[in-house]
Design a protein around this ligand. Structure first.
Ligand SMILES: [Zn+2]
Length: 534
């Protein structure tokens, strides 16, 4: 039994619960019951970590001061603040009355809502059995968050955050990244973790912690610039960490992101573009083959599969989908990577770079096209029918799953309820008459304030889920949509104009160094596809 996270100061904690109950009920203070809370796998009996909330008969939530708050560090307004974390068995003082405990673990269990009656009891053990409807280990899937920083926390709270929250979210891998912003970064607590700290937290939490740097450029403090890129598993920081006077109030705009990306990759790091395609240099770096994966929905609402990600796939690029959360773990967001090898930071990042991934903050995926797995390339001979098998499962009703072929939805399957979760399945043939790609997703979230609302998860975040593609070549030919390519050439031309207008450069040489990235990408696109106009 693990008592490591026992009450820090039982007297204060107890008084706080009593006071809350007194305020909530308006009655005399109830007796309290020392209660051990224990989450287990309903099938195996194995201990689980999870998140919890407890309400009294009036539906009022108890404050649970002994437990760490799941929404630590985040501003109010989201249901994440209703949850506390339970990384292992914990003893709490609860009012000795009828209560309801709500509990879940990560994305793969159902939610349990269990009434408990503590009336007249002073000591009790409460076992909370969770039904796991998806076992990622059996599917050789390993979940990770590639983008996290923490700020304005004490070192103790930051340690506790990293020890308890990733574990209670049922996550396997987490990258904590360094970043700089003039003056403000004094409060970036997560900047102060070294390799030894991460190794120790890995042991304490059971979640593999890796390092990273967010390398970035904005023209102003926060608006668009060249973009943000996550350099993961680095040997040393790439300098300057942040480029330009917009973020650092010093220096010039004369360094493109691509330089730092190449420097880090030359030393074995993995480069993941951040915040969807935010930033002018995204497409160029993809065309030049300098990125390993694309972070989607990591702290940004600027997205749109159709507008921003599919055009990259439609010109024949391989773009592994990835995700994370940026400042604090405000969502369940994670990327699942299929992994045959033992779990190490290197192996997991290799799996991600080969595109064996899907992104989600809810639904869980299995997907095969003929015998090809996510990330594989399937070579077809002329017009061909492929056999698609897919299964999507989730605790929250995601309403429908969709097969996307070259950006078009070609098949849908509605969800049905199975126990206390939802499932949509495909087993069908799809005709393919041109090269391209095929993926499985749920309907894209509506992140705008207008328009129909899409389903949200327990933290109030719009559900998303999308596999990386299975690539389809026909007689060895990859996809190439010349309209997408021409639009990208125009976009890169406009980027050069914007940079010339907004950038501050110390010389025409450094300006050329930035503009050349776009020229090089355009030249490569034209060289690979000779029919494109000059
Ligand atoms: Zn970030």
């Amino acid at each position: 039994m693990n008592w490591e996270i026992n009450v820090r100061n039982p007297g204060v904690a107890c008084a706080a619960v009593m006071l809350a109950v007194l305020v909530a009920s308006g009655n005399k203070p109830s007796e309290t019951c020392r209660t051990m809370l224990q989450i287990v796998d309903a099938e195996s009996g194995e201990h689980l970590a999870g998140i919890i909330q407890i309400r009294n008969q009036n539906g009022e939530r108890l404050p649970l001061p002994e437990l760490f708050k799941r929404g630590t560090g985040l501003q109010g307004g989201f249901p994440i603040h209703e949850w506390s974390v339970l990384p292992s068995n914990v003893v709490v003082d609860l009012p000795a009355q009828q209560l309801t405990v709500d509990v879940l673990s990560g994305l793969e269990t159902e939610r349990l809502s269990q009434p408990i009656d503590l009336t007249g009891k002073s000591d009790e053990e409460v076992r909370l059995p969770l039904v796991r409807f998806f076992r990622r280990k059996e599917n050789r899937q390993v979940s990770g968050n590639t983008h996290l920083h923490l700020m304005k926390l004490s070192r103790d709270d930051c340690d506790r955050y990293l020890r308890e929250i990733p574990r209670s979210d049922d996550l396997d891998v987490l990258f904590l990244s360094y970043l700089e912003r003039v003056t403000a970064d004094r409060e970036y607590t997560s900047n102060h973790y070294n390799a030894g700290d991460l190794a120790e937290l890995t042991l304490q939490s059971g979640v593999l912690l890796g390092n990273g740097e967010e390398h970035r450029h904005n023209f102003a403090g926060f608006g668009q610039g060249y973009g943000h890129v996550m350099l993961l598993n680095i040997e040393q920081l790439v300098q300057p960490v942040s480029i330009g006077p917009g973020i650092m109030k010093t220096g010039t705009d004369g360094i493109p992101l691509t330089r730092g990306i190449q420097q880090a990759r030359d030393h074995g790091a993995t480069a993941i573009w951040c915040h969807n395609v935010f930033g002018l240099e995204a497409e160029s770096n993809w065309i030049l083959g300098r990125l390993d994966a694309m972070n989607i929905y990591d702290g940004g609402r600027r997205a749109g599969f159709k507008e921003r990600f599919y055009p990259l796939l439609n010109i024949g690029l391989k773009v592994p989908f990835s995700t994370g959360t940026d400042w604090f773990m405000y969502d369940f967001s994670r990327v699942y990577v299929e992994l045959e090898k033992p779990l190490t930071v290197d192996n997991w990042l290799d799996g991600l770079s080969t595109g064996r991934s899907y992104i989600t903050n809810g639904p869980l995926f299995r997907f095969k096209v003929n015998e090809a797995a996510i990330g594989d390339t399937l070579d077809l001979a002329g017009t061909d029918a492929v056999s698609v098998s897919g299964q999507v499962e989730g605790r929250i009703d995601f309403e429908q799953a969709e097969i996307v072929l070259n950006g078009r939805v070609v098949a849908t399957a509605a969800t049905r309820k199975v126990g206390e979760h939802f499932r949509a399945e495909f087993q069908q043939t799809i005709t393919v008459d041109e090269p391209g790609w095929i993926a499985l997703r749920i309907p894209p979230p509506n992140l705008r304030d207008a328009g129909p609302k899409t389903p949200t998860n327990e933290f109030g975040r719009s559900l998303y889920g999308h596999t990386s593609p299975v690539y389809l070549t026909v007689d060895g030919e990859s996809a190439f949509n010349s309209r997408s390519a021409r639009a990208m050439l125009e976009q890169m031309r406009q980027a050069q104009v914007a940079i010339s207008e907004q950038g501050k450069f110390e010389s025409s040489q450094t300006k050329a160094r930035v503009l050349d990235v776009y020229a090089d990408a355009a030249a490569k696109l034209r060289k690979d596809h000779v029919a494109l106009p000059e």
